[in-house]
Structure formats: C-alpha cells, structure tokens
Design a protein around this ligand. Structure first.
Ligand SMILES: O=C[C@H](O)[C@H](O)COP(=O)(O)O
Ligand SMILES: C=C(OP(=O)(O)O)C(=O)O
Length: 356
C-alpha cells in the first residue's frame, strides 16, 4: 500500500484556482475604490474609538445572488447615504458566503450560477468584480468571512467583517480575524451565548501563527499582529432576542469584566426578529430609543434588506426568480429600509441637538 491508497479517499478531484495575485491582476483595486475602503475603515475605527458619534449601519441583502439587483440596491443606498451621513455610517452588506445549519446554497462564491456546478473560480472573480463596483459607487462594504482563504482574494475591498454565529467559537476563524485588516464583529452563538464572542475578541486581539495562503497561492505559515477592533454583535439565539436594555447591559458588563471596550452592534434580523423581516423595524426602533436615552455601548445595527420584501426558494427554472428578492433569509423591502434609516437619522440628530 502507498499513501495514495490511504489519503483523499472521499475527495473526487482537486481543481486549481487562480492565485490571489492573479485575480488581483485581472481585477485591480482602483484608486477610487481604495479611497472608499480606507475611509470606511477609518470611520468605523473612529466610531469604535468614540472619536465619531455616528451609528454604524450594516445594511443590505442577506446574500448577493444577482449582481444586477445587488448594484441597483447599492445605487439606492448610495443616494440615501448623502441624506443620513451626519448621523449614520452606512456600510453595505455584501455577503457571498452563507454558513448553513445543515445544507443549502452556500453563496455566490461557492455556486455563482445556482445550478450546483460549483464554479468557485468564477464565483470568486464575480464576487471581486461586484465588490469593486460597490466601492467605486462610494459605499464601504461588509461581509462575513467564512472561508479562511477568501480574504486573500477579496480583503482589499472590505471595510467591516463579521464572524458568524456558527463560527465565532472556531479557532480557525479567531486566528484569521487576528490578521484581518478590518474591524471584526463577532456574533453571539446560535444558542444566545455571548461568552464565545467575548473569548473570540480576546483571542483575535493576540498575534497568532497558523497555516494559510500567501498572494502567490502558496501554503504558508501566516503570522499575525492581532486585531484590536473586535466587537460583539448581538443577534439573539435559542429562539430569544437579546437587543433589549437588560441583555445589552449584561453584554456590557461581560465586556467590562473581560477588560474589553464596550462596543456592541445589534443585528435586527435573525433571532432578534424571530427571522420575521417585518419585525426588524421594531428592533431598530428599540435600539435607537436606547441610544437616544444615553446608551454608551451601542455603536451600531445590522439590517437585512433587499429591493423586495421576504425571501424565495431557488427555483429549478432560474428564469422564475423574483428580481431583488432574497434567496436566503427574509429581508425588509427598500421602502421600509429608507423610512427606517431616515427616521433613525432624524431622531439621532434631534437628540444630538438637544444635548448641545
Ligand atoms: O443569515 C443566514 C442564515 O440564517 C444562515 O445562513 C443559516 O441559514 P439556514 O438555517 O437556512 O441554513
Ligand atoms: C449568517 C448570518 O448570521 P448569523 O451568523 O447570526 O446566523 C448572516 O448575518 O448572514
């Protein structure tokens, strides 16, 4: 017997990917996109450092599956940005990698044509093209980093990163976060446990050495500095919300006990709205009340929003897809998004004026 008889028994093939440098050469970062990414990251860090009193709003589709609809969404969000920019820092959710509870479509990178052809090489290229387009419109982007290799391909176009509820406890994701160039929001677990997010912030703030890929696509020992901009994202769990004042105060106490900055973002979707998109405005309203009433810990919100309300199953005949409607979690529609963001901006501006 030799190694070949014993290894990769359950692997059917290895198909080579272009290296991160090859993809960067094909779709280079433009000067205008670079300015947007850099300014977005700086603004996020300033909010986390309390040098900027605006609220972070990570808003956009649960997942990108149609770049045409995604860009239409981005254009609308960009127009709204001008109106609310004094109170809100808008960062568009551009999620390409979906962690599934069991199985399901795993996102635009994994299966860009939604036909189980899994053309990951094209998915990565299309994802990079889309991020470039959004940044060039003038919007900073947010994504979930699920695959630890993807940031080498896309990281220069991202301003904010989430580690999801299913991976916050994973050492691989904590190590990766320690080297990411963006602030990183760690979700509480699907069972509602926030201690794993706090442990993740602590772990990611330290240097790590681990296996990864360099720009040439060569397996490397990655040595990181540690990321000082980790924070908690409360998304509810175990069928219960955790955005209320008591839950936020408990999260704040836990952060203080761990000697970490008290920076909390509330995800208005997922278990905080029982996965019912129409409840997201109520969650957002509650968070704005808390901020207006003086909460020091709440620095942002996340909203799952699309052109059209709700979600749809991926049909066998893709021509039947509803334009602008999520194929993963349900989203609020554009009109509700606009009115939620305008309302929040007005209330925050009025509270600031009253304090002045
Ligand atoms: O935000 C997305 C979903 O909640 C997450 O990917 C899990 O989805 P699933 O339970 O439908 O697999
Ligand atoms: C998967 C997501 O969230 P969570 O990790 O909180 O389930 C998401 O925001 O798309």
């Amino acid at each position: 017997m030799n190694s070949q008889d014993l290894e990769n028994i359950n692997v059917t093939s290895f198909d080579a990917m272009p290296s991160p440098e090859e993809l960067h050469a094909r779709l280079p970062l433009s000067e205008s996109a670079a300015q947007v990414v850099d300014a977005g990251r700086e603004a996020l860090k300033n909010i986390l450092d309390r040098q900027d009193d605006r609220l972070i709003v990570v808003v956009g589709p649960c997942s990108i599956h149609d770049p045409v609809a995604g860009l239409e969404y981005a254009r609308r969000l960009k127009a709204l940005q001008a109106e609310v920019k004094d109170s809100l820092l808008l960062v568009m959710r551009v999620y390409f990698e979906k962690p599934r509870t069991t199985t399901g479509w795993k996102g635009y990178i994994n299966d860009p044509f939604m036909d189980d052809s899994f053309q990951v090489d094209l998915g990565m290229e299309k994802a990079r093209r889309f991020l470039l387009d959004v940044c060039e419109l003038g919007l900073p982007t947010a994504t979930e980093a699920l695959d630890p290799i993807s940031p080498q391909y896309l990281g220069d176009l991202i301003a904010w990163t989430a580690i999801g509820a299913r991976t916050t406890e994973s050492q691989t994701h904590r190590e990766m976060s320690s080297g990411l160039s963006t602030p990183v929001g760690f979700k509480n677990g699907t069972d509602g446990d926030i201690s794993i997010a706090i442990n993740a912030i602590l772990s990611a703030s330290h240097p790590h050495s681990f296996l990864g890929l360099n720009g040439q696509g060569r397996v490397s020992i990655v040595r990181t500095r540690g990321n000082q901009y980790g924070h908690v994202v409360l998304r509810g769990g175990d069928g219960r919300p955790n955005y209320d004042t008591v839950s936020v105060a408990m999260a704040e106490q836990a952060l203080k006990k761990a000697k970490l900055p008290c920076n909390i973002i509330v995800d208005c979707s997922h278990a905080n709205s029982y996965k019912k998109p129409e409840l997201q405005p109520l969650v957002m309203n509650d968070v704005i009340n808390q901020v207006v009433n003086g909460s020091q810990a709440l620095v942002g919100v996340m909203i799952e929003s699309n052109l059209v309300v709700g979600n749809q199953k991926i049909p066998a005949d893709l021509s039947q897809l509803i334009y602008g409607c999520s194929v993963t979690d349900g989203c609020i529609d554009w009109a509700s998004t606009e009115s939620m963001l305008r309302d929040a901006a007005q209330r925050l501006a009025a509270a600031k004026a009253a304090r002045a």
